[in-house]
Write a new protein. Structure first.
Length: 290
């Protein structure tokens, strides 16, 4: 039998070079240019001024308006993430317990909205959540409310629409973790006298935590940077970081300030995601050590 040739030391880098170059050109270079732009000054009469200044970061970090926008965006992202976990985990468990061909059919139904543009889905929600839309008409016909609830141009409507848009990402993440779960482990807990609730909380859910964490990170990052849904459902009343960045770039034409807001959003996402990941890893170590 012929000997298998030993790969050259630089072979992995050579094979991954096209993907690395694409990653650098599409992501890293634009981010670097945006970061450089955030340190430029801006003059209303002369436009972008070359040089180095921290005035843009000082303005965003000290201005109460931008602070409120960032806090609103964080709370919106946390609410959407919590709702996706609340609905996504049980939905995935029910889906996993279905038999063929129903499981495949419902999986296609759940993931089907990903094939439709987020703008189209958001416009559909704007029709449903209007004062004369299906949701308000149903609530009034059931006697739950006597007047239309204002879903449009409110944070409530934005959270509802974003939850629908991002729920499939949570289901995909939990589904991938659920495929690695041995059903006999849950049956063993039940056979030892654990109730269904205890068996789920002590046996099943801890094994699903990696999938829940992955889905939460994806949902949080996408909802924090979402633009189409907050701008269509929220309008001018609900200002989030993405719409504030859009206004600075295209309305005020203050590109350095818009770049500063975008970079701060990126840094906030990285800090929160890394912090949550470290917290969960530490929790796992404590559980396994016990």
């Amino acid at each position: 039998m012929a000997d298998i040739p030993t790969p050259r030391p630089g072979a992995p880098w050579g094979l991954s070079a096209p993907a690395l170059l694409l990653f650098i050109g599409v992501l890293l270079v634009p981010l670097a240019l945006t970061a450089v732009l955030s340190f430029n000054a801006f003059d209303g009469m002369r436009g972008i001024q070359p040089g180095f200044t921290l005035a843009n970061y000082a303005e965003v970090l000290t201005d109460g308006y931008y602070r409120e926008v960032f806090i609103r965006t964080g709370l919106m992202s946390l609410g959407v993430t919590a709702l996706c976990v609340l609905f996504g985990v049980p939905e995935t468990l029910i889906l996993a317990r279905m038999r063929a061909p129903w499981s495949g059919m419902f999986l296609v139904v759940i993931l089907g909205p990903l094939l439709i543009s987020v703008v189209v889905r958001t416009l559909g929600w704007s029709v449903l959540l209007g004062n004369q839309g299906l949701v308000n008409s149903a609530l009034q016909s059931m006697g739950a409310t006597h007047e239309p609830i204002r879903f449009l141009f409110s944070m409530l409507g934005v959270v509802i629409a974003l939850t629908h848009v991002l729920l499939p990402f949570m289901i995909i993440a939990v589904w991938s973790a659920l495929q690695k779960l041995d059903p006999q482990v849950e049956h063993a807990g039940r056979s030892l006298g654990a109730s269904p609730t205890t068996s789920f909380l002590r046996v099943v859910f801890p094994q699903l935590l990696p999938g829940v964490l992955s889905g939460s990170i994806i949902v949080f990052a996408l909802s924090a940077s979402a633009f189409a849904t907050p701008s269509i459902i929220g309008g001018r009343r609900v200002k989030v970081v993405a719409t504030a960045t859009y206004d600075e770039f295209l309305n005020s034409l203050n590109w350095p300030l818009g770049a500063t807001i975008a970079i701060l959003l990126l840094l906030a996402n990285i800090v929160i995601i890394v912090g949550c990941n470290r917290l969960v890893e530490r929790r796992f170590k404590q559980v396994f050590a016990a």
